[in-house]
Design a binder for this molecule. Structure first.
Ligand SMILES: Cc1cc2nc3c(=O)[nH]c(=O)nc-3n(C[C@H](O)[C@H](O)[C@H](O)COP(=O)(O)O)c2cc1C
Length: 248
């Protein structure tokens, strides 16, 4: 799917939690499958995305949907951000096709679905024909923090796209420092009690926001590059440094 369509989806998409039970037609799942090889990764980490039937996903909070995308990955540094970055492209593509989708944190494939050798299951995404619209009618329907609470600037078209990113429990754990043509990305630090529980999802959330930054940068004719550049980012109390986007 073209970058322009993915970018437009940022401002309309929403999580869909009610689906028609009938599976999609083969042509639709084939089209969705055809997007997978073209997804852009954040880092050079081996991943696999499979489409599985909804009834092969287990979990008390699992959403009843005809299909799920299941993302597995090699477990190396940055793999959670990478997973968020990659699978958000599918979330936006599905929305652009008029389909519904929803990230589902507390669900996993049942034993019958094998995970690729050398990879761990990371996260699943429900999708299918939505009951109702998969789109928001206006930006005011997004429940998000204002930009000046999540960034050091009050206005910025690229960061505005990041602001609309979905996150686990809508926690929006990100903070962005704009410095010239660079954006330093931070994630709220967790204490020992909440850490174990939220860290996985927060890192995926950061990857999702980076996907929106990447698309907004391309939309503006830029060539955003993602790298670790801890030295040029000043420390932010209460936040962990994640990465820097340059050329944006
Ligand atoms: C990593 C991740 C995990 C999520 N897990 C769940 C989930 O288990 N159940 C659910 O209903 N929604 C889940 N969501 C959806 C969020 O609640 C939703 O994105 C957020 O509230 C913002 O709403 P929106 O997506 O409609 O813009 C998850 C989102 C993310 C990014």
């Amino acid at each position: 799917m073209g970058i322009g369509k993915l970018y437009q989806s940022i401002f309309r998409r929403k999580s869909v939690r009610s689906y028609e039970t009938l599976p999609l037609e083969a042509a639709a799942t084939e089209e969705i499958t055809s997007f997978i090889p073209g997804l852009k990764p954040l880092y050079d980490i081996r991943t696999d995305i499979s489409i599985v039937p909804g009834d092969s996903i287990r979990g008390i909070f699992a959403i009843k949907a005809p299909h799920y995308l299941v993302l597995s990955s090699e477990n190396s540094e940055g793999y959670l951000e990478n997973a968020g970055f990659i699978l958000q492209q599918m979330d936006l593509a599905l929305s652009s096709m008029g389909l519904g989708s929803c990230w589902v944190g507390f669900a996993r494939p049942s034993r019958g679905i094998p995970v690729k050798e050398g990879m761990d299951f990371v996260i699943a995404m429900a999708f299918g024909k939505p009951m109702g619209s998969p789109h928001r009618e206006s930006l005011s329907e997004f429940n998000r923090k204002p930009l000046d609470k999540i960034a050091n600037v009050p206005e910025d078209p690229v960061l505005e796209a990041a602001r609309f990113a979905p996150s686990s429990t809508n926690s929006q754990p990100w903070y962005f420092i704009r410095s010239g043509d660079m954006i330093h990305v931070f994630c709220r630090s967790l204490n020992r009690l909440t850490g174990k529980f939220y860290e996985k999802f927060n890192r995926i959330d950061i990857g999702i926001a980076c996907c929106h930054i990447w698309l907004a940068g391309l939309h503006q004719g830029k060539n955003p590059v993602f790298m670790k550049d801890r030295k040029s980012a000043q420390a932010m109390p209460g936040y962990d440094y994640i990465l820097t986007v340059s050329g944006i």
